[in-house]
Design a binder for this molecule. Structure first.
Ligand code: GLN
Length: 190
């Protein structure tokens, strides 16, 4: 049973807590730098990345979180969390943790279809098609050579991985399908 630290300063951290519990692990909210030390794995939830960034900087959590994300522990960022993990952010540009070599555009699906639910082929996760919930989702514009693209939708990566750091532009925690979180936590055993 793993202790999964979920950044709990803004956004949909409660949905992630439920998903962690559903897999038989222990969710732990992360609000301060001290909370980071006991987590075996980390989740950065969806929400509003600019607000999260401001709170991280104001509360002195930005640098400790960046260090935790490079400590080799599995990390999953979803939607706004993926934006925080990226090397570069556009639309508009903002600071980021720079722990996953990708350029990501905020709200990259545009206004007309900013939120939608679709089915995607799960790629290397295996199994049948997977539901993917997009909410004002970012678009991954490019990825570096060390990044594995695990799942794509309409020619764009939507689930990527660079070593222990994973990012999804959709919200796996909003579907009953636990494959993404299960794969991230399985990487604890690699
Ligand atoms: N549009 C949000 C942002 O730019 C992300 C949306 C989400 O996390 N569902 O931060």
């Amino acid at each position: 049973m793993a202790s999964v630290g979920i950044l709990a300063i803004q956004g949909d951290f409660e949905a992630h807590s439920k998903a962690v519990l559903a897999l038989g692990h222990t969710p732990r909210p992360i609000k301060t730098a001290n909370d980071l030390s006991t987590a075996d794995a980390l989740v950065l939830p969806g929400g509003e990345s600019s607000t999260m960034l401001k709170l991280l900087l104001d509360e002195g959590l930005f640098e400790p979180l960046r260090e935790a994300c490079t400590s080799g522990r599995p990390v999953l960022g979803t939607c706004a969390g993926a934006i925080l993990l990226a090397r570069a952010v556009t639309g508009p540009a903002q600071e980021s943790l720079n722990v996953l070599d990708m350029e990501i555009e905020r709200n990259g699906y545009g206004r007309q279809r900013d939120s939608f639910v679709t089915s995607v082929m799960p790629g290397t996760l295996g199994g049948p098609e997977m539901e993917a919930v997009f909410i004002r989702a970012p678009l991954i514009r490019n990825t570096g050579p060390e990044v594995d693209v695990l799942v794509e939708h309409e020619g764009h990566p939507i689930l990527v991985r660079q070593g222990p750091v994973w990012a999804a532009t959709f919200h796996p925690e909003m579907s009953s399908d636990t494959r993404v979180l299960a794969a991230v936590l399985d990487s604890l055993l690699e």
